[in-house]
Design a protein around this ligand. Structure first.
Ligand code: ADP
Ligand code: MG
Length: 248
């Protein structure tokens, strides 16, 4: 049996009276690419943020690579430890505007992982070359297209060598003509065997690249399985409705 890399058990999260996550269970195996589909506004970002404790769940546990932290009771130290195992790629890239691309990528290495500057530079440069930005090291974010900025965001996550990368709708802020280059980069990364959890509306990407597709709605996992099962032959009525709408 293959190794479990991420296991979320009964994750709950409310904002005031609004119960967003109502007991989410998710298991991701090492090297697996899991695509999470979910109608807008129902807690995808909140769920990813709960996985790396940018948001603290009200109940449940998060386990990454054998290290389990209770959402509510986890200590600061445990949270720091768990966070080192994850990296996130944000919807709006979240690059520092006053730093160059390579400075953005180096930041996590030098500040969080205390890697010396020279090594951080070399590793960041290599990673930027990998995502096709080797000619853009000293550009500022504003001098690059959205697609290039997002590829820099991916390099920044990858360079940390996390156990799992969390992607929060990584192409949804992009002009349509720039979506392809980012999906292509993600596909290449997936082929290297890194574990990925990807919230996305890109059905064909989910179909072609994901090993597992999870359909969430109303704060719970409604249906999950292979792309063939969930996308081609959805069993649940809500999954069917959503896919029908998206395919129109
Ligand atoms: P999605 O990413 O699926 O669009 P989100 O996780 O961003 O959804 O949000 C789910 C719901 O939780 C929304 O109704 C949103 O308004 C609410 N929400 C998210 N973050 C907060 C917050 N920090 N405070 C209050 N409400 C929030
Ligand atoms: Mg969101």
């Amino acid at each position: 049996m293959s190794e479990v890399m991420v296991k979320c058990s009964q994750v709950h999260k409310s904002f005031g009276d609004l119960e967003v996550l109502k007991g989410v269970d998710l298991e991701v195996k090492k090297g697996e690419v899991v695509a999470i589909l979910d109608p807008s506004g129902s807690g995808k970002t909140t769920f990813l943020r709960c996985i790396n404790f940018l948001e603290r769940g009200d109940a449940g546990t998060i386990c990454v690579n054998g290290f389990t932290v209770p959402c509510k009771e986890g200590t600061k130290k445990e949270v720091m430890e768990l966070r080192k195992k994850t990296a996130m790629v944000f919807q709006n890239y979240n690059l520092f505007k006053n730093k160059t691309v390579i400075q953005n990528v180096m930041e996590g290495l030098t500040i969080v992982q205390k890697v010396n500057k020279q090594e951080a530079y070399e590793r960041s440069k290599a990673m930027l070359e990998k995502v096709g930005l080797g000619q853009r090291l000293d550009y500022y974010p504003i001098q690059m297209s959205g697609g290039q900025q997002q590829r820099a965001g991916i390099a920044r996550a990858l360079v940390l060598q996390p156990d799992v990368i969390l992607f929060d709708e990584p192409t949804s802020a992009l002009d349509p003509e720039l979506v392809g280059e980012v999906l292509e980069t993600m596909k290449e990364i997936a082929e290297t065997g890194i574990t990925m959890i990807v919230v996305t509306h890109e059905i064909s990407f989910a179909h072609d690249v994901a090993s597992k597709v999870v359909f969430m709605d109303g704060g719970v996992v409604v249906e999950q399985g292979t792309p063939e099962q969930v996308i081609d032959h959805p069993q649940n009525e809500r999954t069917r409705q959503f896919l029908k709408k998206i395919k129109e």
